[in-house]
Design a protein around this ligand. Structure first.
Ligand SMILES: [Cu+2]
Length: 362
């Protein structure tokens, strides 16, 4: 009994000490934004992925870049998203944290953008779309990154396990990484190192329709559900079955605009607060490197509204390609609206009056 009590006291002390240490880490100037906050939690946990039984491979989840192969875009659809092999002799450059003295990038919600900003983004994406497929900065190659890492086109390093970045805690950091570099490429193409992507705030009433800018070139995309074009209010709890193109059916809520907005707000509260009381519930299950390290347990936000908005935007027409492009992993990033899905990079979901995005990041 005494031993049990001692164990309990030691356990609680360890948790308090670890929590205090994490708080200190998060307060350090170099980890002031959400992306690095996640790295603080997740990367060390991944590094601890090795078990004494040798079940997991020690190390971070990394792709074996020589293992790219055809993968399944859907249960009935083989896809090939691999980049050309050996296209360059230039060595990989390890990531360096940005110089803290550089200006901050500020991501803004789509309903608060001005014409100058939209013109700048338009120019950047037009240049990106004009680049040939041989250029890794081109739009098609950027879009294919989502296909590569969502369909298991790479095996992990030192393992025959495919690398998949959905349905686990890898979901947030991977998508933030994608957007982080995509944004830098866009900025580089127009010579603006403060360029920041906008986000579509579909979690607040002002943002619950497809933003106007995404209904015009170069942001418009044909493979969408036209019955969901403005002024249709997004359904954050939209559900579809999509195991194959023949088995694709979605269910409209049938609610009027006001009821839909209210239902969406309740949904957001549930996914962000009431239903996400533990880190794993919010972030997803712990996915570790190596054989036996995978898991299937998406976090609340990944399940909905992330997945549901994807499906709500994707096409419900054209037999054989239903759900495309936004509604299916392999093709989702072909639609420019993909890169404005806010849950992947909103710093927080506080009140918009407090404008959390104004803090900026580097
Ligand atoms: Cu994704």
């Amino acid at each position: 009994m005494e031993a049990k009590k001692l164990g309990l006291v030691l356990g609680i002390s360890t948790i308090v000490a670890a929590f205090t240490m994490v708080l200190h880490l998060l307060e350090a100037p170099q980890v002031q934004h959400a992306l690095l906050g996640e790295f603080n939690f997740i990367i060390p946990a991944m590094l601890k992925g090795a078990s004494s039984s040798g079940k997991y491979q020690l190390g971070v989840l990394l792709p074996n870049l020589t293992s790219c192969h055809e993968s399944m875009g859907r249960s009935d659809l083989p896809v090939y998203c691999c980049p050309p092999m050996n296209q360059s002799d230039v060595a990989f450059i390890d990531f360096q944290f940005p110089d803290p003295s550089l200006p901050l990038r500020v991501r803004r919600p789509t309903h608060l953008l001005d014409e100058n900003y939209i013109a700048k983004y338009k120019k950047a994406i037009t240049i990106m779309k004009s680049l040939p497929d041989t250029d890794p900065r081109s739009y098609s190659r950027q879009a294919n990154l989502h296909c590569l890492f969502c369909t298991g086109a790479y095996y992990q390093q030192h393992s025959n396990s495919p690398l998949n970045i959905h349905r686990s805690w890898l979901f947030f950091p991977w998508h933030r990484m994608l957007i982080y570099f995509h944004e830098r490429i866009l900025g580089g193409l127009i010579g603006d190192d403060t360029f920041a992507l906008p986000f579509w705030p579909w979690d607040i009433p002002e943002g619950m329709v497809i933003p106007e800018m995404y209904m015009k070139a170069p942001f418009f995309h044909e493979a969408r559900d036209i019955s969901h074009f403005p002024p249709s209010v997004v359904d954050l709890d939209y559900s579809c079955t999509a195991s194959s193109s023949d088995d694709y059916g979605c269910f409209e809520s049938g609610l009027g605009p006001e009821d839909q907005v209210y239902t969406n707000l309740v949904m957001m509260y549930n996914q962000m607060v009431a239903g996400a009381k533990k880190m794993e519930l919010f972030m997803g299950c712990p996915y570790k490197a190596g054989e036996g390290g995978s898991c299937n347990g998406p976090g609340t936000l990944e399940l909905a509204p992330h997945n549901t908005v994807h499906k709500w935007v994707g096409s419900n027409l054209n037999p054989g390609s239903r759900g495309r492009d936004m509604g299916v992993f392999y093709s989702a990033a072909r639609d420019p609206i993909f890169l404005s899905a806010p849950c992947q990079y909103r710093p927080s979901l506080g009140s918009l009056d407090e404008a959390p995005w104004e803090q900026g990041y580097q």
